[in-house]
Design a protein around this ligand. Sequence first.
Ligand code: C2E
Ligand code: CA
Ligand code: CA
Ligand code: CA
Length: 276
Amino acid sequence: VKKTGRGAFRVFDPAMNLQARDAVRIDAALRQALKAGELHLLYQPIVATADRRLRKVEALVRWHSPTLGSVPPDRFIPVAEESGLVVELGAWVLGEACRQLAAWGPAAGALAVSVNISPRQLTAPGFAAQVRQLLDSHGIAPQRLELELTERVLIDEGQHTREVLAHLSQIGVRISLDDFGTGYSSLSYLTQFRIDTLKIDRSFITDIEHCPRSTNLVTTIVRMGLSLGMELVAEGVETAAQAEALAEMGCHCLQGYVISRPVAADAVPAMVSYGA
Ligand code: C2E
Ligand code: CA
Ligand code: CA
Ligand code: CA
């Protein structure tokens, strides 16, 4: 411990590992980035399997830091989730996605935008009210906004989570279960909550071309989702063969590099009219 200027102590802890120091550095830089406008969103097309027409886009955050370079969301979202900064970051993402959806205007038709919501953001005070307010102020029909949650959120199932989900349901936004199949083994929450969309995780899609067991597993997930009246989206679809297999299974929508990588906002309107 070193005594610094005004009687404050600064701790130099050799046990504090590189990763933790990294997290502190990322968190501080991200806090600044939010103020300085270093963040932007890309939008990845999600198309109907049948006709490949654009149904929705998933908003994905990007950060180009002048000091750290390009930091991928897989690096900084977990850090922000840990520190709580994700509440502010997530509010920015949600606001920006709604602003953009409104800005696309009639060119976007009935296009929906899907936004990733972190567990801490969902349960932060006033989340549902914030959603309601954004829809109102931008004049967006609720069914054009989809919130992507992970299984982790639903498994926590505190009373508060239940209330927030009920409130969101009542507002009329769509709820999507992201990375489906990677989180937890209990499926009971599928009947406890109103879930509109299941997003089948990329890890299951990767092998369907070559591995019959994967094909069987995805087929089963699709059937289960269909029987529960859910929309099914396959994520991480990278080959034509995967897309074809998913079409045969009856999976409604496709997302992945074989359709399109995430694109800038100004590329979206053309995709609405001509397909991704
Ligand atoms: P995710 O929600 O599962 O998003 C899909 C990720 O897979 C995106 O990476 C996307 O670019 C990538 N991807 C899409 N198609 C393909 C494909 O065909 N092949 C492969 N290999 N990858 C594909 P990205 O943008 O780096 O995001 C990573 C994760 O970061 C996201 O996973 C999500 O969990 C998180 N994330 C991104 N943006 C936000 C955000 O605004 N808020 C929150 N809370 N999390 C976000
Ligand atoms: Ca997602
Ligand atoms: Ca996902
Ligand atoms: Ca994922």
